[in-house]
Write a protein that binds this ligand. Sequence first.
Ligand code: SAH
Ligand code: SF4
Length: 429
Amino acid sequence: MTEPLQSTSVSSTTATAAPSGFVEKTPLERYLPPAKPSLVGLSRAQLTEALATVGVAAAQRKMRVQQIWHWLYVRGAPDFAAMTSVSKELRAALAAQFTLARPEVVAEQISADGTRKWLLRLGDGHSAERPHEVECVYIPEADRGTLCLSTQVGCTLTCSFCHTGTQRLVRNLTPGEIVGQIMVARDRLDDWLGAARPAGEIAVASSAVGQRMRQGGQRLVSNIVMMGMGEPLYNFEAVRDALLIAADGEGIAISKRRITLSTSGVVPNIARAGAEIGCMLAVSLHAVRDELRNELVPLNRKYPINQLLDACRKYPGLSNARRITFEYVMLKDVNDSLAEAKELVKLLAGIPAKINLIPFNPWPGTKYECSDWERIENFSEIIFNAGYASPVRTPRGRDILAACGQLKSASEKLSARERLALRAMAMTD
Ligand code: SAH
Ligand code: SF4
């Protein structure tokens, strides 16, 4: 193969950068593929191509793709040796040219309530001298388990309250690195389909097999939110390709209704997300007037609130059953007055919406503080009285860690506030 299997594509929106340094930072770094590429994150068409390069006959490729897809995304095979329904010769040929590598876990934090946060090192050509790292978080709830994925190392945007926005280094993740985060979570949570299965059944993986539930309920990872590091709509193609793999019914099989993409407001790509991915949408609004939003989310200078809300109104598939989530970070004495709560309700009138109030998560050097708890409650009440679900909740202090009991190390716990912010992001009603 002459071309790397996975290459990042910089969205045209990023390439036509905005007014000098105002809205966006320096250009993106390029992805340097490792010597041996991973099969994780390839589309079926790319996987077919990869099989052709190791000499699989054309007539066999479709069936082999089915087998490998199943081993990768239903069973979570860590290496080719695990693929027992694939001939030894083919396994050896694949192993000579490819890996099944996912990002490497370099740190794991487990909170008392079961929230887990992984620091992941990416296996690209940069890793020796300056490793690229991203975070991925798993948030368990009674009725779901939400995985929060990163889409970029850092972020080219510069939201003033966001720590990621202060990072200098920026690189788009590849589809493999985005799907790889789901793989890591399922690895660490032992969340793959585990039962031994006769080879014949594996060879014809059906969607029923792909969607089989864990005993006693659904998979631990049942929902995905694109709310980690980075702006997903500035890495559109890779995010789209990764989410189409995540939603594939014969593999990871997470329904598009359980996948939410959060954007700071990249207006031209909102319609594309609806048309080409078909996932749920969350919009980081954070302010009700352009003047303030320009300061908090500088991308607003390029795409002001009225354009953003227009794109939301036109979002494909929007209905009361498929609402847009508007995120609103609670910043003390900045955007948290009760008048602003009322304006927020007015602004969103007519859009099927949920409003997620996120307690500000402070970081060293930030000029902002989180609103007082009482203020958040009063703000939330205005929204609730206007007919929206009131999503901010105190942590229930539930400790499901012992029940899961998969992991021994609890190196560091997340702070209560961090947990709360994550919980708000988990879209719990
Ligand atoms: N770039 C995308 C998605 C990642 S950020 C976006 O901006 O939507 C996910 C959410 O966390 C966004 O709503 C973002 O505004 C919010 N956020 C960023 N920094 C935060 C902080 N310090 N405290 C609370 N929420 C924060
Ligand atoms: Fe942070 Fe999202 Fe803004 Fe990027 S777009 S700086 S990740 S809040």
